[in-house]
Design a protein around this ligand. Structure first.
Ligand SMILES: [Ca+2]
Ligand SMILES: [Ca+2]
Length: 214
């Protein structure tokens, strides 16, 4: 099997594993949607809107993040969180110190419910050099850079030799309370970079939150 074919098989397997399948969903209610084009940050704590590829995005972030707070929720069994994430510039995935590891995650209700913690890598990957990532699985799973990305090799946000990868993140957490706090966060390592945020960062193009009932 060629290296590329091997990569394709791994990517397909990862996509099948990613399916956050919850059976017997009776009702699905969209409770929040934001593409940041109107710069409405009413329910968001932390973060500013900036421009990338001619669109408004929330970010960029480096060792930071934001919190989305939604209240007066009707009865439900799960909360579904979907975002289009941009992973900008030279993320190093599960590389050892000093360049890694580069974590990204989503936390619901200060981790009372669940924490999704993964890592991303924008590294080149050949037989001599490859910095692995965990997505679409949770850390410390190991898979190839950019696995599960919807688009790769988009323009850099900042770094002259950087690129951006986009990911359609789709997570489902068990949740029944009348209020939810969703934290999007990162922990990035780039001690040798003169400008940390230019070396690696992330932003969100759009976000949707749904309540699911069984
Ligand atoms: Ca880096
Ligand atoms: Ca890094």
């Amino acid at each position: 099997m060629s290296f590329q074919k091997f990569l394709n098989v791994i990517t397909l397997s990862a996509k099948l594993l990613l399916c956050s399948c919850v059976s017997d969903i009776d009702r699905e209610t969209l409770i929040y949607e934001n593409d940041f084009e109107t710069i409405d940050l009413t329910r968001i704590e932390g973060g500013n809107v900036t421009s990338y590829l001619g669109q408004n995005v929330l970010g960029t972030f480096n060792n930071g993040g934001f919190k989305l707070i939604l209240e007066n929720l009707g009865s439900h069994d799960y909360v579904q969180i979907q975002v289009l994430l941009y992973v900008h510039d030279s993320w190093d995935g599960n590389a050892e110190s000093p360049d890694g590891k580069d974590y990204w995650g989503v936390m619901v209700d200060s981790s009372e419910v669940d924490v999704f913690k993964t890592s991303f890598s924008n590294s080149v990957c050949n037989s001599n050099y490859c910095l692995m990532q965990s997505y679409p699985e949770r850390y410390p799973f190991l898979t190839f850079p950019k696995t599960g990305a919807s688009v790769v090799d988009l323009p850099a946000f900042c770094k002259s030799d950087g690129t951006t990868s986009s990911y359609e993140i789709d997570l489902i957490f068990p949740h029944r309370k009348g209020k939810v706090e969703i934290v999007f966060w990162d922990e990035l390592h780039q001690p040798n970079a003169i400008n940390a945020k230019c070396d690696e960062s992330w932003s969100i193009n759009n976000i949707q939150v749904k309540l699911l009932s069984t």
